[in-house]
Ligand binder design. Structure first.
Ligand code: URA
Length: 442
């Protein structure tokens, strides 16, 4: 068996055996298979896909490519949450402390930015001092103490995904269902939580742009997780425009803090209510979704979620004063208004263009080893349905002052916005809830 033969087999649309998948994953992790051969294989999967069986076997090979976390030292049901990736998706920053404040035990593993979307790990690292690359013992200790911890994938946990994820990010091989499903589920299984709530995004800013594809991805991941003995719920939610107003790193942390103060944007709050209540429900803390929702709403209103964020930041060595004074977060050198050249009602905001604009400003990596500027990003002042006059500010660019970045980013924001002379309703946010029992549409 050689990597060449297996790349060719997949390129020609044939299914690989469990042994062949294991050979590729093990060889890549131990350095015998180089990046260029793995990239060729990923591109072949991108074009030819994988059967359900191959997808499960790829996930299992990746999950067992490193250590499996044993969370049995933590009492109670451990719940995790994962998004397939969106623009402005700061949900975890709000949800993790809020669910912990509501009685859940959140042992969460998060990723870095991927493609045009941001990553929770990068966002959290914009908090001065905050450490996200923790040992497993420290992770267990924090979850035991404050019932919530978010860590980056350590080198020893699903190392196959860690290496493949970084390659996919720079080789246009992100948006393939088998690669997304195996990436997410390998980490989730290795990270050891008992239950997982997934947020599968659909729309122009998502990796699965159509509802049908998002549904396949959701069902695939629910099946993989349930097959491995985990309680699974997957939500299909809209990414027809960025979530909330902030896109970037520090700017999203600020919006998350505002949300935990009860001043969050409606779409983000709606999403949190749905995902959060399922996290409580599968944890067995409440007996109905309605009870779960009111518990989440109470802990948003009484700011217990915000207090738990402070505990989380302290436990991770970060500076908790950013919560009371978000100006202590990294600040951009300059803020530039993007003024509308059209009038009417905002009818679309292309999340993909907004995500790319944020990357151009420096909020994302161009190569695997690039560094991120935490201070830059975008604040959208107008969302779908808002009325706009020529000259109104559509968005603010948070930038480092480099015109070579500002010009193209401004252009992308202007192309991202579409207008309609007639009033438009905001797009649908919640599409469906997928469990082992079936699909509930909204
Ligand atoms: N999140 C992941 O962890 N992996 C993907 O492939 C997409 C989103």
């Amino acid at each position: 068996m050689t990597p060449y033969e297996l790349i060719k087999k997949k390129r020609d649309g044939l299914a690989l055996s469990k042994k062949e998948i294991g050979f590729l994953i093990d060889g890549f992790v131990n350095g015998q298979i180089p990046d260029y051969q793995m990239t060729a294989f990923l591109m072949a999967v991108y074009f030819k896909g994988m059967s359900d069986r191959e997808c499960v076997e790829l996930t299992m090979a990746m999950a067992s490519s490193g250590d499996q976390v044993d969370l049995s030292a933590i009492q109670g049901f451990k719940v995790d949450k994962h998004s397939t990736g969106g623009v402005g998706d700061k949900t975890t920053l709000v949800l993790a402390p809020l669910v912990a404040a509501s009685g859940g035990i959140v042992a969460k593993m998060s990723g870095r930015e991927l493609g045009h979307t941001g990553g929770t790990v990068d966002k959290l690292e914009s908090i001065p001092g905050l450490q996200i690359e923790l040992t497993r013992d420290k992770f267990t200790e924090i979850v035991n103490d404050v019932h919530v911890s978010v860590i980056a994938q350590t080198a020893s946990l699903a190392p196959a995904d860690r290496k493949i994820y970084a390659l996919r990010n720079v080789t246009a091989t992100v948006d393939a269902i088998p690669l997304i499903a195996s990436s997410i589920m390998s980490k989730k299984l290795a990270a050891g939580s008992d239950g997982i709530v997934l947020d599968v995004k659909t729309g122009r800013g998502a990796f699965t742009t159509s509802y049908e594809k998002a549904l396949i991805l959701a069902k695939t991941m629910v099946d993989i997780g349930e097959g491995a003995g985990r309680r699974m719920v997957a939500w299909i939610t809209g990414m027809e425009q960025p979530l909330g107003h902030a896109v970037g790193n520090a700017v999203e942390v600020r919006e998350a803090i505002d949300t935990l103060r009860g001043r969050g944007p409606g779409d983000l709050v709606d999403l949190i209510m749905e995902l959060g209540s399922d996290m409580l429900l599968i944890s067995g803390i409440v007996s109905s979704r309605n009870k779960a929702k009111s518990r989440i709403a109470d802990n948003l209103a009484n700011q217990k979620g915000l207090k738990r964020l402070v505990d989380l930041i302290i436990a991770h060595g970060g500076d908790p004063s950013v919560v009371d004074n978000p100006n202590l977060l990294p600040q951009p050198n300059t803020k530039i208004e993007v003024k509308s050249e059209s009038h009417g009602y905002v009818s679309a905001i292309d999340s993909l263009e907004v995500g790319l604009a944020s990357k151009i400003l420096g909020a994302g990596r161009k190569t695997k080893d690039d560094t991120i500027d935490y201070s830059v990003g975008i604040y959208l002042k107008k969302k779908i349905g808002d009325k706009v006059k020529i000259g109104d500010s559509l968005a603010v660019l948070y930038a480092d002052g480099d015109e070579e970045k500002i010009g193209p980013a401004r252009k992308k924001i202007l192309t991202a916005y579409s207008f309609n002379p007639n009033k438009i309703d905001p797009p649908k946010l919640i599409y469906a809830r997928v469990t082992r029992d079936g699909v509930e549409k909204f």
